[in-house]
Design a protein around this ligand. Structure first.
Ligand SMILES: *Cc1c(COP(=O)(O)O)cnc(C)c1O
Length: 362
C-alpha cells in the first residue's frame, strides 16, 4: 500500500511520517499487548498514562523546557485558544499587544475583542496583503503578553526571529511551525499549536504554559475553558482525544529518535526551503508571494503567470503524484506545505516537476 502514497503538500491535516503511520497500523488492533486498540483503552489506564506522560516528557526534552512549564493537550483546536487566551490572562482590566500578520492572527484579535478585552494591535502587515513580517515594533511595557502568530500558514510568512518584547512574555500560535526549529523557551508564556499541521492528526491542540501565567487565571470562568483545570488534571479533566495524543507521542518519538532532535530537523527544513525558494525569481515563471526575508520555511506560497496556468500546474502535479499544491481559498495561487515529515526527496520531486512544467508551459 505505502508504495502508492503521494508526495503530500497539504497545509493541514498534513503529511505524517511513514514510520509513525506504520507503527499506528501495527499496534492499532492490539495496543502494547492490552488486547485492545488504542481507541478502546481507558484514558484512566496505565497504558494511556504512559502515552501522555511520554509525550509530555519528549516535548520538554525536545524544547528544552524546565519544570516551570506545563504541557497540555486540549480540545477545540488552535481556534479555541484564540478565545481562552484573553479569557484566562486578561482579567481585571489587563491589556495585551497583538501583532496582525494574517488570517489566523486576525481571528485571534477578533476573539479578544468579542470579549471586550482591551488589546492593542501594535503592528500589522495588512497594508501589503500580509506579505511581510513587521519589524521595529514598539510594545507597551505594561502589556500582560504579546500575541504572535509565528508562522502564517495561509500568507506564507514567518517570524525568522521573535521580536524583543523585554520582560513581557510572548504568547505564540505555533500551529504550523511547532518543533520545526530551536527556540529560546524563556521568552514564552504560552505556546500553542493545533496538531494537524506539524505534529499529528487533527483533534488535539498542544498548549505549553509557563506556570506563573496560571496566577493570572480568574476563578469565575467556565471550568473547561480554564487552563488551571487542565494543568491540575494532566489534561484529563474529561476524556482527552486519546488517539490524537498517541499519534503526537509517536511523532515526537520520531523527531527525537529518528531525526535526531530539533536542531537536525531545523537544518533539514532550511535546506528544503532553500531548494524550493531557489526556483522563484521576481519576474520569473514562479513568483514567491512573501517579501524577501519574510518567507516561511513551512508554507511556501507562489504564483504562476496566470490563474489558468495555476490550475493546470496543480492538476498536472497531482497526476504526477504531487498533491495539495493549491493555495488557500482566500488567497488563491499555489502553496507547498513542507512540514517536518516532508522529505528532501519530496522537495526534489517537486522542484523537478516545476522545472519541467515551466519548460513545457513557459
Ligand atoms: C490551521 C491554523 C489554525 C487553526 O487551527 P484549528 O486547529 O483548525 O483551530 C490556527 N492558527 C494557525 C497558524 C493555523 O495554521
Amino acid at each position: 500500500m505505502s508504495e502508492k502514497r503521494i508526495h503530500n503538500f497539504n497545509a493541514g491535516p498534513a503529511a505524517l511520517p511513514l514510520p509513525v503511520l506504520e507503527e499506528i497500523q501495527e499496534s492499532f488492533l492490539n495496543f502494547k499487548g492490552s488486547g485492545m486498540s488504542i481507541t478502546e483503552v481507558s484514558h484512566r489506564s496505565n497504558w494511556f498514562d504512559d502515552v501522555i506522560n511520554d509525550a509530555i516528557d519528549r516535548t520538554k526534552r525536545l524544547m528544552g523546557l524546565g519544570d516551570d512549564f506545563h504541557v497540555m493537550f486540549l480540545h477545540g483546536g488552535a481556534s479555541l485558544q484564540f478565545c481562552m487566551i484573553p479569557m484566562n490572562f486578561l482579567a481585571d482590566g489587563r491589556t495585551a499587544d497583538y501583532l496582525d500578520t494574517g488570517t489566523w492572527s486576525t481571528k485571534a484579535i477578533k476573539e479578544a475583542k468579542i470579549q471586550g478585552k482591551n488589546i492593542n494591535v501594535v503592528a500589522s502587515s495588512d497594508d501589503k496583503g500580509y506579505s511581510y513580517i513587521p519589524k521595529n515594533i514598539e510594545f507597551n511595557k505594561d502589556a500582560t503578553f504579546v500575541h504572535v502568530t509565528s508562522n502564517n500558514t495561509i500568507k506564507g510568512t514567518q517570524f525568522s526571529d521573535f521580536p524583543d518584547t523585554g520582560n513581557v512574555p510572548i504568547v505564540s500560535d505555533m500551529s504550523s511551525d511547532i518543533f520545526s526549529r530551536t527556540l529560546d523557551a524563556k521568552k514564552f508564556g504560552l505556546i500553542y499549536a493545533g496538531a494537524q499541521k506539524n505534529l499529528g492528526p487533527a483533534g488535539v491542540c498542544m498548549a505549553i504554559i509557563r506556570k506563573d501565567m496560571l496566577d493570572l487565571v480568574p476563578d469565575n470562568i467556565p471550568t473547561m475553558l480554564s487552563y488551571k483545570t487542565h494543568t491540575d488534571k494532566n489534561s484529563m479533566f474529561n476524556t482527552p482525544p486519546c488517539f490524537a495524543i498517541y499519534s503526537v507521542q509517536l511523532v515526537l518519538k520520531w523527531i527525537e529518535e529518528t531525526m535526531g532532535g530539533i536542531a537536525k530537523v531545523e537544518e533539514l527544513n532550511r535546506a528544503k526551503a532553500d531548494k524550493l525558494y531557489g526556483v522563484f525569481s521576481p519576474d520569473g515563471f514562479y513568483r514567491g508571494t512573501a517579501e524577501n526575508g519574510s518567507g516561511s520555511l513551512m508554507n511556501v506560497t507562489f504564483r504562476l503567470p496566470s490563474e489558468d496556468l495555476e490550475k493546470k500546474f496543480i492538476a498536472d502535479a497531482l497526476a504526477k503524484g504531487l498533491g495539495g499544491l493549491k493555495g488557500h481559498r482566500s488567497v488563491g495561487g499555489c502553496r507547498a506545505s513542507i512540514y517536518n515529515p516532508t522529505s528532501m526527496t519530496a522537495i526534489e520531486a517537486l522542484v523537478d516537476f516545476m522545472k519541467t512544467f515551466e519548460k513545457d508551459n513557459g
